[in-house]
Design a protein around this ligand. Structure first.
Ligand code: UT7
Length: 329
């Protein structure tokens, strides 16, 4: 990527809905307890969308802030990518809904489905378009309303998820800065470990699919955990190799926020000290595609990155998929 036009992040924004669901609230809903949730996952609370909020509404709030911080308006955009597994509806895409709301007339707009890896997939896509000269300014958003696809009678999953959105404007940056490498991948054979079976062309919605709870997230937690620990390590090492760097070059590690134990295992493998790692899973839980941008934008707002710092983002999720990037801030 070294000889191409330098492309990086030029604006950031995030949004989480107001309502907070705590572990003690969940204790009243299913057979669980704060001690189990905190010790097994690190999660203390999560934000939940209001009944009249859909994914595009969360994405819009984050997008407005990202545009403002880039000193732009919707009309400056020529590409909008929304990474999500909870679009407002099957179609039109959530990106098209946003294109209209943001006044991004004529901008290309599409949704990207790579679950929790979606934001990094989106960054790689936008970067490639801009490096090729096809577009100049792209809005990349990770947004999900997981509360809408969570079974709040299933303690195995309902304690894990939350809602939110994170947005960045991707565009040309000064020489030496920007994205240095991406590593994207998938293991489709593991698709059934984390999925929603109903509502698609294989198993369309019916009274039976509703009765059998086929519209909620199913997850084999232990198997996904093993996959996560493995690919967090391998994808991180691979993306650093592609960037011509090693773990000692990393100033800030921004991992997908699914479980603090998965993050800790990556920290140990990469020998990263706590101050170089962003952890906010305690406040937001797993927000799927929103998780990495929420962590990145929060770190930026807290002044944890300075110009020239090397930021490593890495995510994994349904598909199964993974995505990692090295960015010079
Ligand atoms: O972003 C998408 C990727 N998703 C993930 O990264 C999730 C990856 N997986 C995980 O984070 C973990 O596997 C979980 C947090 C989902 C589960 O943790 P675990 O240490 O793997 O627990 P487990 O599934 O082995 O379950 C241990 C026990 C079980 O009881 P038995 O069978 O040992 O009697 C569960 O029934 O804990 C029980 N359990 C609970 N107990 C209280 C499961 N959920 C709960 C709960 N409260 N909420």
């Amino acid at each position: 990527m070294n000889n191409l036009r330098p492309v990086g992040i030029i604006g950031t924004g995030k949004y989480v809905p107001e309502k907070i669901l705590t572990n003690s609230d969940l204790e009243k809903m299913v057979d669980t307890n704060d001690e189990w949730i905190v010790s097994r996952t690190g999660i203390k609370e999560r934000h939940i969308a209001a009944p009249d909020q859909a994914t595009s509404d969360l994405a819009y709030e984050a997008a407005i802030k990202a545009l403002e911080s880039a000193g732009m308006t919707g009309s400056d955009l020529d590409l909008i990518i929304v990474a999500t597994i909870t679009p407002d509806s099957s179609f039109p895409s959530t990106a098209c809904i946003l294109q209209d709301k943001l006044g991004a007339k004529g901008a290309a707009a599409f949704d990207l489905s790579a679950a929790c890896s979606g934001f990094v997939y989106g960054l790689a896509t936008a970067t490639s378009f801009i490096q090729s000269g096809m577009y100049n300014n792209a809005l990349v958003i990770g947004a999900d309303c997981l509360s809408r696809i969570t079974d709040y009678t299933d303690r195995n999953t309902c304690v894990l998820f939350g809602d939110g959105a994170g947005a960045v404007v991707v565009g040309e940056v000064p020489e030496g800065r920007g994205f240095k490498a991406f590593d994207l991948g998938a293991e489709g054979a593991g698709g059934s470990l984390l999925n929603i079976e109903g509502g698609g062309s294989r198993l369309p919605a019916s009274a039976e699919t509703i009765e059998n709870k086929k519209h909620y997230i199913y997850m084999n937690g232990r198997e996904v955990f093993k996959f996560a620990v493995r690919v967090m390590g391998t994808a991180t090492i691979e993306v650093l190799r592609k960037a011509g760097m090693d773990r000692t070059d990393v100033d800030l590690f921004v991992p997908h926020q699914a479980n603090v134990r998965i993050i800790q295992s990556a920290m140990q493998r990469l020998e990263l000290p706590e101050e170089k790692v962003v952890v906010n899973v305690d406040k937001y839980a797993n927000t799927s595609a929103a998780s990495i941008p929420l962590a990145l934008v929060e770190a930026a707002e807290e002044g944890r990155m300075k110009a020239g710092d090397t930021v490593l983002m890495v995510g994994f999720g349904g598909g199964l998929t993974w995505g990692a990037s090295v960015l010079v801030w």
